[in-house]
Design a protein around this ligand. Structure first.
Ligand SMILES: *Cc1c(COP(=O)(O)O)cnc(C)c1O
Length: 414
């Protein structure tokens, strides 16, 4: 059965019982299939992952860990979680994996809970430079409960200022250093962060929510050998269900597990954990290695195309799936640009840029690469973006071109 048949069967059940929601399910499938998903954090999960997510495992309560649950009837879901853990450990070469975190943010919360006390000092990339909300935003628990020191990036190059990281670490003696970003397009020098952490006696927490899928496919360096704790999402480049994960060594395993449950979470979501296991299995295949490298090749081509059209690409390019760019040279600010591109069917985010206070565009190639698009299509997308931003291409005409392009690469064919 092809996935669209499965989706249609699901929709049929819903249509009979709840036509209003059935319409939304099909409307969203239509939106995802006829526009370009260039949000750097998004992807298309496989039919197998969707099947696990939509399974009766969703009914099961399972507080605790395999073999030590607070509920009866867990013998089958226990196997699912053990498989997910073993696959994650093998995929990333980690001694321990916790696959229960409900999201990337929950994983970071648990990592802090495992290693820190309220009031501790933490050094991380500042929010204006691509730090995540959980890296000390005053609107987030992290900014309220910990004393975050933000480091920056070089205003000229957009690259992490490692000298500043070292200087701030020496001055503030943080209990932990967090490395990871929502917008940094380059590889992170985990060995250097480890060296600085060792020098000041800090824990190193890698928040690899974005690059972890590239790590799985061998297309980015792994933080696992360097960080005390690695936090990640499973739904970005990794292409699994929406959720989080934590990797660490044997010594911290018990603290991490207790920080997830019972400290910050209740019952595990067994359908999601089964779907994570499916995704880890997929990510261990040669096809995923090819995918991860194609994601990066596509991002490099897209970045080069945008730069050739006159946008200012942060750091001059990318090592990953992620690009940030300033559209101002084309006569539009980031927010206006995002709106115009969305109207043309090219969906992406705004983000802070290292220089000045203008907002730029943040986009990524994980989803379009899953659809099977290659470098030729990236060139087309770059030209189409620039045409729309310059006002050279009518948004209606661009929308038609996008519809045609997306139609040639259906995310769920069949
Ligand atoms: C996406 C992301 C998160 C949060 O993931 P959610 O699942 O949305 O909570 C945390 N940290 C970084 C660096 C991220 O990119």
């Amino acid at each position: 059965m092809t996935v669209s048949h499965t989706l249609e069967a699901d929709a049929d059940v819903l249509r009979r019982q709840d036509p209003e929601l059935a319409g939304i399910l099909l409307g969203e499938l239509e939106r995802q299939s006829t526009t370009l998903q260039l949000i750097a954090a998004e992807n298309f999960t496989s039919p197998a992952v969707l099947a696990a997510l939509g399974s009766p495992l969703a009914n099961k309560y399972a507080e605790g860990y395999p073999g030590a649950r607070h509920h009866g009837g867990c013998e089958i879901v226990d196997v699912a979680e053990r498989i997910a853990v073993e696959r994650a450990k093998a995929l990333f070469g980690a001694e321990h994996a916790n696959v229960q975190s409900h999201s990337g943010s929950s994983a970071v919360l648990a990592a802090y809970a495992a290693l820190l006390r309220p009031g501790d000092t933490v050094l991380a990339l500042g929010l204006p430079y691509g730090g995540h909300l959980t890296h000390g935003s005053p609107a987030n628990f992290s900014g309220r409960w910990f004393d975050f020191i933000g480091h920056g990036v070089d205003a000229e190059t957009g690259l992490i200022d490692y000298d500043q990281v070292r200087t701030l670490a020496r001055t503030h003696r943080p209990k932990a250093i967090v490395c990871g970003s929502i917008a940094y397009p380059r590889h992170i020098d985990y060995a250097l962060f480890r060296e600085v952490a060792d020098e000041v006696g800090a824990y190193l927490i890698a928040d690899a929510a974005h690059p972890i899928g590239l790590v799985a496919g061998g297309a980015a360096p792994s933080p696992v050998p360097y960080a005390d704790v690695v936090c990640a999402t499973t739904h970005k480049v990794l292409r699994g269900p929406r959720g989080g994960m934590i990797l660490c060594g044997h010594e911290l395993a018990e603290r991490v597990d207790r920080a997830v449950f019972p400290f910050t979470q209740g019952g595990a979501q067994m359908h999601t954990i089964a779907a994570k296991a499916v995704a880890f299995g997929e990510a261990a295949t040669p096809a995923f290695t090819v995918y991860a490298h194609q994601v990066v090749a596509n991002a490099r081509t897209l970045a080069a195309g945008l730069a050739a059209e006159g946008l200012v690409v942060t750091t001059g390019g990318t090592d990953t799936h992620l690009i940030t760019a300033d559209p101002v040279p084309l006569g539009v600010d980031g927010r206006t640009a995002r709106g115009r591109l969305a109207a043309a069917g090219m969906v992406m985010d705004c983000c802070a840029l290292p220089h000045g206070d203008a907002r730029g565009l943040r986009l990524g190639t994980a989803a379009v690469t899953t659809q099977g698009m290659g470098e030729e299509e990236m060139g087309h997308i770059a030209a189409l973006c620039a045409g729309v931003l310059r006002g050279a291409v009518e948004s209606q005409q661009a929308r038609e071109e996008v519809r045609e392009l997306a139609g040639r690469f259906p995310p769920y064919p069949g």
